[in-house]
Each structure stands twice: as structure tokens, then as C-alpha cells.
Design a protein. Structure first.
Length: 141
């Protein structure tokens, strides 16, 4: 199954999810607003998960990794807006790195033999770079 069109749908989903959130770091977000945003995210994730049910095999696995990763990142971004702290910003960077790594590993499953091993090695290297970049921004580092 061609995963390029899945990626295009995921990009549209990320944009749609981002529209649910207010722009910029807002330290004055109330607990009620924070909770309301989380409920909207639950609904958005449920829609994405149901969309993945229309796929099968590795395409479904990729779709689920993208949906879970997007959900995790958007939640961390919301928490960053709510808390507006260096630790929250670090958590966003780590969530992005982990999400990208999970999707990359699933995409590698479409390959076999040495190509798959090379793909996994490249994914691990990119993840290590992203983790190191996030660690440089970690509070107290």
C-alpha cells in the first residue's frame, strides 16, 4: 500500500490538530481551558485511530504510529502552553523525537534484509541526534 498519501493525510491532521490549540505560550490558560483542550484532543485522536482501522498490514501500523505520535506531541505542546516552563519545552522536543522514531521504525518494516537493517540504523541515529538536541535544551543542563 502506498504510504505517501497517508503522510499527506497525516500532515493535514497535524494542521487540523494545531488549530484546536491557541497560538503562542499562554501562561494565563485556566485549568478549565486546559481540560477542555484535552477533551478535544481525545476526540481528535479517536477519529485518527478509527481512520487507521480502514488500513491493514503495515500501512495500519504506520497510521497508528503517526496518530499516537501526533497525539503525544499535541498533548505535550498543550502542557507547554499551560505550564510555560523549560521542562515542558524539553518534553515537547522529546515527544517529537519519539514520535518520529516510532513512525520511522514502522516505515522500515516495509523493507527487507539489509535495506531494513540500514533503515533501522538510520532511524536510530536520527533519534539519537534528536534526543541529544533535546538534552541540550533540558533545564539544568
Amino acid at each position: 500500500m502506498n504510504t505517501e498519501w497517508i503522510a499527506a493525510g497525516v500532515t493535514a491532521g497535524i494542521v487540523a490538530a494545531a488549530l484546536w490549540l491557541p497560538g503562542g505560550a499562554e501562561a494565563d490558560m485556566t485549568k478549565a481551558e486546559f481540560e477542555a483542550q484535552k477533551e478535544r484532543m481525545d476526540a481528535t485522536y479517536d477519529v485518527a485511530r478509527r481512520k487507521c482501522d480502514t488500513y491493514s498490514g503495515n500501512a495500519k501500523d504506520i497510521c497508528m504510529a503517526e496518530a499516537k505520535g501526533r497525539d503525544r506531541v499535541v498533548r505535550m505542546e498543550l502542557e507547554e502552553r499551560y505550564k510555560n516552563s523549560p521542562k515542558a519545552r524539553y518534553n515537547v522536543r522529546m515527544a517529537r523525537a519519539e514520535a518520529e522514531y516510532d513512525v520511522a521504525k514502522e516505515r522500515c518494516d516495509d523493507r527487507a534484509g539489509p535495506q531494513k537493517q540500514l533503515c533501522l540504523k538510520e532511524a536510530k541515529a536520527a533519534f539519537a541526534r534528536d534526543k541529544a538536541d533535546a538534552a541540550m535544551s533540558r533545564p539544568g543542563s
